[in-house]
Design a protein around this ligand. Sequence first.
Ligand code: NAG
Length: 598
Amino acid sequence: MIFILFIVFLPAARLQETQYRQDQCPSGSCNPQLGDLMVGRAPRLSASSTCGLDGPQNYCIIGYLEEEQKCFTCDSRLPYNHHGNPNSHRIENVITTFDPERKTKWWQSENGFHQVSVQLDLETVFKFSHLVLTFKSFRPAAMLVERSKDYGRSWKVFRYFAEDCLLSFPSVSNQPANSIDDIVCDSRYSGSDPSTNGEVVLKALDPIFEIRNPYAPNIQDLITLTNIRVNFTRLFTLGDILSRRRRNPQDKYYYALYNMVVRGSCFCHGHASRCTPVDGGRGDVFTQTGMVHGRCVCQHNTAGENCERCQEFHHDSPWRPAGRNTANTCRRCNCNGHSNSCHFDATRFEATGMQSGGVCEDCLHDRTGSQCERCRPFLFQDPQRTADDPHACRPCDCNPAGSEGGGLCDALSGTCVCKENVEGRHCNQCKYGFFNLRRDDPAGCQGFWGLGHSEFRCSACDCDVGGAYSTTCSPEDGQCHCLPNMVGRQCSDPAPRYFLPPLDYFLYEAELAAPLLPLDPGYALQIVPRQRKTDQSITWTGLGLVRVLEGAGLRFTVDNLPSPMDYQLVIRYESEVKKTVRVLVMICFLQTKGLKPH
Ligand SMILES: *[C@@H]1O[C@H](CO)[C@@H](O)[C@H](O)[C@H]1NC(C)=O
């Protein structure tokens, strides 16, 4: 025989580099390898019943003939040892090893107990792929598998298994699942054949269903768990005739498992290809080979045990699980060097067309803005300095009375923003013709006229609010800037051949209107005369008011409008009741004197 042996010594640095490259998953989602979650977790595995824990117990196996029955002893006081303690059947025996003696090693429950459960408690959230149980005994006549995602606080059944589903689980459907969410009873794994080495298999996701989005909440619900529990609920028994003849018929009915495999991997949302021990390896210095660890070595700038969030200062894009071809990397925030913390803001993300959602927190160096990109109010960015210079923000130097906002300047140029009638680099002087710079004057300075005329020395403009364009007037003669057809120095008079109607120029008194009596023909207009009282303002014109009952009305005839144009109809009334009054207005147009209806 010829052996050829290659031994390659890699320098430590190269090894690390190889490891580093393996950790990377640049182009899309990367997933850690599947393994058996049971491996290395004996202390986290438990069974509600195990034979021989308190001392030797007898059990028998059934042959084809009654006479073939053979009996043995179970003694699980000490752990299994092939040479010293081969009759120990503790639960950790079901963990797959590659020992040569693995077929002589199994877990076994106490005789005659129907309700027995086996439970694995994981230290964090894992991704579950499938479960395989290999029995030494007959498979159970009925059982179920359930899992928890909150460390055992709440449980949800994955699937029921029974030889006779209707009998064992009458409320559960025994039809094949229609959707991935259906919880059904499966009878394929509970028959009496084979009598040993029979398997029960449970897949997290039935391959007959097409999984479009592996991160949909219901899929996540099915494939993640922190605990898994198998409840055996009914022992398989060969019928009563046989057992009644025996002295101790219970002895041959128990659950015995060679193997329990929980295939899965750490749960990293597609952001890691490798995992390490959850407690950082402190307690697990000698972690078993083949053990599937729970803490993801996160890539794509993600963090957390399950890469379930973005790393610090990487919140410019929202956290998302990696897609098949997209890494969905968390992007670093841009704070121009003025902050070390940021958070994601969905509104900003949308407003920027999904470009940037990072909002910097506590900007330093007198800065503000989502990216600390602006100087605070009353400061401006020195054009000689770069945006990341901590000393780039300089005070505005604007006169608080003459500039907008009490001293604001343009954030980039530093130019003071002067009020309307103010000028100067620092907004500290009134424009020509204006005087009296005051902080409480929104325009900064007032305009006056007549400077130099001894007669009208510094008179106020007093432009008519309704008749002039603005409040300022000519400094020479005080002429205000008039609207069309308005004249006079203050623009308060109508131009010749124009008149200035007051708002209620066309006035129609209710006392002179005709009554409308749709309901009560005996109703006549009731005029309520009013007299002026000293403590009351006059709210009426004419004689006083007309009392109009509910449901009644008045008809006004309007026949004196000089020309067609837009008119505003104003109805002035007072209510004598404390409730909302609804007034119905109907307008009829009559075409007379060449006026067209409008
Ligand atoms: C499984 O067994 C445990 C006890 O071991 C019990 O608390 C639990 O309710 C059982 N689950 C179901 C679905 O019956």
